[in-house]
Design a protein around this ligand. Sequence first.
Ligand code: SAM
Length: 281
Amino acid sequence: MQPGQPSRTALGAAAHRAVHQVLDGGRIFADPLAVRILGADIDVAVRDAEDHPSTRKLRLFIAVRTRFAEDALTAAVARGVRQLVVLGAGLDTYAYRTNLGENLRVFEVDHPATQAWKRQRLAEAAISVPSALSFAPVDFERETLADGLAAAGFDPAQQTFFTWLGVVPYLTDQAVFSTLGFIAGLPGGGHVVFDYGNPPDSGPAQDEYAAVREALANGVASLGEAFKIHFETDELHAKLTALGFREVEDLGPALIRERYFANRGGSTPDRGGHIVRATTI
Ligand SMILES: C[S@@+](CC[C@H](N)C(=O)[O-])C[C@H]1O[C@@H](n2cnc3c(N)ncnc32)[C@H](O)[C@@H]1O
């Protein structure tokens, strides 16, 4: 991120969710606030998506990861989770449209510059901040999540669900594993959903998605938010297990296709963007 500036990829991800409502009818992920929080930028975003059809793959990946995370959250709430932490929240709208009210305490954690910008956007869009939501400004590279959450009133003894979407690739190894270690060590138990990418240089030299992955890496780098970290799937799972996560569900490109795009046929190389759900209980 540029010093003192809000995340530009947060605006990009929010634009993809909003365009998904307009051009795809919210087929994978329906979000009634996605267009509203984007405000006047929606027309430009839709035009841009129509002019660049190759961006559809990333748009659908973002829709899938958000849908997967919210489905897993709904299941966890049904099993008793009463605390949610949205890590690197960007313009995520879950807290503003859930009907769980005081039954789910929500903490939005984000870089201070992005969070201040989001709060301004919410005010401009007349989206009210529910009383069950607390903001926790934290720079993952400089402060501990534990300190940031404690200051916001987080209860570590409560079983907690964390969403961490579109953030891990931008962080260092140290920031990623200290955060995962914090979640794994929570006395009340922790669940986390996050996404990651396999290293670009270790798969088949040129599958049909290589150009898309390269364009994405170049695009985020040009916004000053280059990808810093990738994982080999087996190595990541071993680290998650070593940290104390008992169950790890990993949706790679092939499983994503099977679960969300089964009607399309064809096949997908199983390297690229993954979505993980890991839980300690
Ligand atoms: C691609 S956006 C994703 C936002 C949101 N989760 C979504 O899916 O729309 C990346 C997010 O990571 C946050 N981020 C990046 N580096 C960070 C850091 N060092 N500390 C805290 N947040 C960070 C940005 O502020 C931004 O909100």
